[in-house]
Design a protein around this ligand. Structure first.
Ligand SMILES: NC(=O)C1=CN([C@@H]2O[C@H](COP(=O)(O)OP(=O)(O)OC[C@H]3O[C@@H](n4cnc5c(N)ncnc54)[C@H](O)[C@@H]3O)[C@@H](O)[C@H]2O)C=CC1
Ligand SMILES: O=C([O-])CC(=O)C(=O)O
Length: 341
């Protein structure tokens, strides 16, 4: 369990002995991809997971055979589209994580992925609405600002939409915000917890540094905010055409899944930032918004407000809300015009 010790803290490991009894099937759709593989690995190391269902249009049985040799208790099975594989992968899932879709290349925005990924997410959401309507659905596929509303519309069309169980995974923004401030302040990033609100692309990502008591100013503050907003671009540029963040995203996805499982298994005060159906900016056209959310056995327990912010942060937020409203509207309009078969 060396690796599990690296990934999970002592308190979490103690909780595992009690939680390992729980039956938690986690399904990954897109499990053979750059995110899917390390995410599946991390989920295999998590004793809260009792069953891991790995689905992809290619290579998932191979990934499952490989991950399945790791000596933790959970069972692992790979599924492909033959023989109702998607149905079987989803049936009985408590958590469905969706990293299926294409990643960016240099010069692209996340919105440039819309044309390809919207239909992939729509079709997987249709399957989830039919075979795992009560599961927590975690959308990683970009553009998250639009793929989450698409998923919501699909669930509504099947009459099974539960706003408390649909999550856009924005954890990576908070992971980056913590890491980047720790590099500036020479602190331990594990102790940093920077609130990030809004959405998951460029100017819709709004770090609220002031809430952590930090007081960067001028160019330093601008540079920090820009790095958090465009951290994904750093990785896209460095990978030089071979994709976007996969390993840090796998860590962030595994952290979010772990938080949901902890909350489902009775732990209190589990708070994660996530992009959910939210009342906070509905009056400005944002039916979805990322802020800190308390998780519980029913998914979303309590959506935290944005809280006290500086004038500088308010300006960032105003821009974010405007962009986000457009991204959300685009997803909803597209899926209404393209309901699929
Ligand atoms: N929310 C976030 O913070 C982040 C989101 N992403 C997004 O995650 C997505 C995946 O990225 P990578 O893993 O790097 O891409 P990848 O191309 O390495 O993997 C994607 C996987 O999805 C599979 N796939 C495609 N269509 C499918 C379908 N209909 N059903 C099941 N599987 C299908 C592919 O076969 C492939 O294995 C991208 O859209 C990327 O932009 C990436 C990083 C962070
Ligand atoms: O930048 C991308 O395209 C992938 C992503 O969402 C991120 O790394 O935050």
């Amino acid at each position: 369990m060396f690796a599990a010790r690296q990934v999970f803290g002592a308190a979490q490991r103690r909780a595992f002995s009690a939680s390992a009894r729980a039956n938690s099937k986690v399904t990954v759709l897109g499990a053979a991809g750059g995110i899917g593989q390390p995410l599946s690995l991390l989920l295999k190391l998590n004793p809260r997971v009792s069953e891991l269902a790995l689905y992809d249009i290619r290579l998932a049985p191979g990934v499952a055979a490989d991950v399945g040799h790791i000596n933790t208790k959970s069972t692992v099975k790979g599924y492909d589209p033959t023989n109702a594989g998607l149905r079987d992968a989803l049936t009985g899932a408590e958590i469905v994580i969706i990293p299926a879709g294409v990643p960016r290349k240099p010069g692209m925005t996340r919105d440039d992925l819309f044309n390809t990924n919207a239909s992939i997410v729509r079709d997987l959401a249709k399957a989830a609405a039919q075979y795992s309507p009560d599961a927590n659905i975690l959308v990683i596929s970009n553009p998250v600002n639009s793929t989450v509303p698409i998923t919501a519309e699909v669930f509504k069309s099947y009459g099974v939409y539960n706003p408390k169980r649909l999550f856009g995974v924005t954890t990576l923004d908070v992971v980056r915000a913590s890491r980047f401030i720790s590099q500036l302040k020479e602190t331990d990033p594990a102790n940093e917890n920077i609130t990030v609100v809004g959405g998951h692309s460029g100017a819709t990502i709004v770090p609220l540094l002031s809430q952590s008591g930090y007081n960067l100013e001028g160019e330093k503050l601008d540079a920090y905010v820009h790095r958090v907003q465009f951290g994904g671009d750093e990785v896209v540029a460095a990978k030089d055409g071979a994709g976007s963040a996969t390993l840090s995203m796998a860590m962030a996805g595994a952290r979010f899944a772990e938080s949901l499982l902890k909350a489902a298994q009775g732990q209190k005060n589990v708070i994660e930032p996530t992009f959910v159906d939210s009342p906070l900016f509905k009056d400005q056209g944002c039916d979805f918004f990322a802020s800190n959310v308390e998780l519980g056995p029913n998914g979303v327990e309590k959506i935290h407000p944005v809280g006290k912010i500086t004038d500088y942060e308010q300006k960032l937020l105003d821009v974010a809300v405007g962009d986000l409203a457009k991204n959300i509207k685009k997803g909803v309009a597209w899926v209404k015009e393209n309901p699929g078969n």
